[in-house]
Ligand binder design. Sequence first.
Ligand code: ZN
Length: 279
Amino acid sequence: MRVPVLAYHSNNISGDEYARNDHVALAEDLETIRRSGRRIVPLARVVDALLGEAPAADVEHAVAISFDDGSWFDWHDIDHPACGPQRGMAGILRDFALRTGAPVHATAFVIVSPEARAILDRTCLAGRGWWGDDWWRAAQREGLVGIESHGWSHNHATLPAALQCAPPGGTFRTVADHGTADAEIRRASDWLDAHLAPHRTTLLAWPYGETSDYLVREYLPLHADEHRLRAAFGTRAAPVTAGSLRWDLPRYVCGHHWAAPSELERLLSEPATARARTG
Ligand SMILES: [Zn+2]
């Protein structure tokens, strides 16, 4: 298997051109994917194939799409104060599916803590209540956008220390003990499972793609009965292959690993070599 997983940040809106707006990029990229002959499969299917729970043929010549952070821009159409009306990422997927009949799916990795999102809405967005979880259940039910974990607080640098589980600074590189890992990872699974039942959270995307040896070699592999995750995704630029590390699976990040349709085309057609993690 050799499946590129693409990551978008719907909060990335600083203009109306491809390189400065992940909504514009996604709309264009769906066409590029279609032209490449690849089909879009749910990210969970890629993990099924990786773990031998589905045949590799299920993800042959496939690509998977993911969104990070879980704000309203993933779902709702919003009038952006500086850049005007933005079609939500889900609407872009629906528009494409209606027009082409092609199957679409995306996995939204959401920041789970309601308190953290309320603050991030003010520190990272316009402070208009655009980081609510009102849409998560509807998304999960409809089946177009799956909801999975991006950790409890993202350990985001703009959060007060009391809301950051890991040592401050917006990174998971320093997480080296069970209590801190539980506070960011297991707690996020618990909240999502309670609020989105009967859906069960089984996937994680590392905030900023950063992780630690403890998390990848010890906490996730040895405490699966506690956190209930099947796989975790980082931001190393490579396709997912049978040899990929289950707890730090690679993803390509829009705006970092490609910033133009031609670059995505190249990425989808050529075997890629691993590059630095980012995003
Ligand atoms: Zn993030």
